[in-house]
Ligand binder design. Sequence first.
Ligand code: DX5
Ligand code: ZN
Length: 218
Amino acid sequence: MNHLIAPSVLSADFANLQRDVEMINNSEADWFHVDIMDGVFVPNISFGFPVIKAIKKYATKPLDVHLMIANPDQYLQQFKEAGADILTVHLEGCTHLHRTVQAIKALGMKAGVAINPHTSVNLLNDIISDLDMVLVMSVNPGFGGQKFIENTYNKIQNLRDIIRTTKSKALIEVDGGVDLNNYKKLIDSSANVLVAGNTVFSSASPAATISTLKNINQ
Ligand code: DX5
Ligand code: ZN
């Protein structure tokens, strides 16, 4: 499949959110990546339902919502109502991950599971066939603009092998420190979705940077 690009709204200008949402609408991006942080699971707080709803009001592409929150189960329906199309929870934040994944799907959303840099892809063996996506964190979650962790390449290759063996349909998303130096190698290593925050929004032309990330053969 052709890879997908999901710009991370965390790096947008919140005082000009509608402008940045429309930039993504008009770009070659595929999804909106929306980071939710609770100050407990990660040492940062981002934003909540009112901001997701504001993004959804103008977005013409799917909302890929990444929950960096402890015990997300009680909020799944509210994320659906706020506009999430794909909802990703952290393996490390869910005691009953199988139940959480089924609940996300029962609400009509695609279900993703995220793993931190220290978490082995092998822990996904018994859940992979239920997943629409695995989000491989390539930085420790909590902040945009961090340095990419090189071991990520090994992880996504191992994950690709698990997905092939189990005939899972899960996409592999890579999140954190994706830039113009590593995006091609990530696609070559079998990543299907690239999240990019700082690389897109700190560039002179965010739409042109999205185009570069999307069109790998240029
Ligand atoms: C980090 C978030 C990322 C972040 C990526 O905890 O999950 O989605 O926005 O930002 P960059 O691309 O700047 O590393
Ligand atoms: Zn994210």
